[in-house]
Design a protein around this ligand. Structure first.
Ligand code: HEC
Length: 314
């Protein structure tokens, strides 16, 4: 009869206290949800692209592919019930983000919000930001002020150097137009390392300063070749504006890495150390035994045939 003695004997007050405790804890975790601080320099960044209709269309595509699964259709409030909640992009709270803050949050991610910096290019993230702004009737875009926004009618050259003391890789963008060479400001540069299978993006893309210069943190522990050389390639992201300009250099910015021959020490099945003797013995023995049994069976079969032949001939 008394199947749940604990439940029956526990004083009612207990369960009520427990319930209240849970509620308080849950509520507490709601309150404790920290604000998402964005570094000042990033928060104030502006898009170099004017959010035109074609940008909105591109952004809508990226959004439906990458974001709608969690954030739902903007304005419908049909986002996934995650913790913390992914907001509906059409809400005031979401739209309070500056363009730079939105860009940063999408690029870096936090918790269940994935980082998109290796999924979407900088241009694509700006397109999504532009698209999300279409749900804010009060939004007026402030475009990054540069003289360079029209297609650059000249050639652009990139130079790359490794500042060993500061562990930085420096890229300078120089444009030559009408025989005059000038640094190019606010051009977005991506730095990639050459790997066996395709190139790997190092760091996020960065924008050149007034001197046409950007600095990337040099990788600390990427293996290079025997002398620590890394094949690096810097590119301007906005090729429509500047044309395809790229600098490929080999810089001594990696760790030296000397590949060890897999068969250097002794045997095929061991990587760099000698195989232990007991392993060799056990292996040889088991091979011998297996073949021994096979030969024994063949031998017995032959005997059966011999006996059969003998009987037949009688
Ligand atoms: C796997 C689910 C998921 C996907 C996919 C996702 N998000 Fe989020 N997003 C979240 C969650 C959860 C949060 C809340 C994160 C937090 O506050 O810590 C969030 C927060 C954000 C914020 C900050 C909102 C604010 O109020 O400050 C922005 C902006 C954002 N997401 C944009 C995007 C965009 C754009 C995409 C697609 C490129 C995207 N998210 C894809 C789950 C997702």
């Amino acid at each position: 009869m008394n199947r749940y003695p604990l439940l029956q004997h526990a004083p009612m007050r207990w369960s009520v206290t427990l319930l209240i405790g849970f509620l308080v804890l849950n509520y507490g975790s709601l309150i404790a949800q920290e604000t998402w601080d964005v570094p000042e320099e990033r928060a104030s960044r502006l898009s170099p692209f004017e959010f035109t209709d074609s940008i909105h269309r591109q952004g809508a595509i990226h959004y439906s592919v990458n974001c709608a699964s969690c954030h739902g259709t903007p304005g419908q409030g049909n986002f996934e019930r995650l913790d913390p909640l992914p907001a509906d992009p059409a809400t005031a709270g979401f739209q309070e983000n500056t363009d730079g803050e939105m860009y940063y949050k999408v690029s870096e991610g936090r918790g269940l919000m994935p980082s998109f910096k290796n999924v979407l290019s900088a241009e694509e993230i700006w397109e999504v930001v532009g698209y999300l702004r279409t749900f804010n009737p009060d939004y007026v875009q402030e475009v990054r002020p540069t003289a360079e926004l029209s297609a650059y009618g000249g050639t652009v050259e990139l130079l790359m150097a490794y500042l060993a003391d500061e562990q930085k890789i420096q890229v300078v963008a120089l444009g030559t137009r009408n025989g005059e060479t000038q640094p190019i400001e606010a051009a977005e540069v991506a730095l990639r390392v050459k790997r066996y299978f395709g190139d790997m993006m190092l760091d996020e893309t960065r924008f050149t300063n007034q001197q046409g210069m950007v600095e990337f943190d040099a990788p600390q522990d990427l293996p290079g070749d025997e002398n620590g050389n890394l094949g690096l390639s810097a590119q301007l992201v906005n090729q429509e504006m500047f044309g395809v300009s790229q600098a490929d250099t080999t810089l001594a910015a990696g760790k030296s890495f000397i590949p060890i021959s897999l068969t250097r020490e002794r045997a095929m099945w061991n990587v760099v150390q000698k195989a232990p003797i007991w392993l060799l013995l056990a292996y040889s023995l088991s091979v011998l035994i297996a073949w021994g049994i096979i030969f024994y069976i063949l031998f017995q079969l032959k005997k059966i045939f011999d006996i059969g032949a003998e009987l037949e001939s009688k």
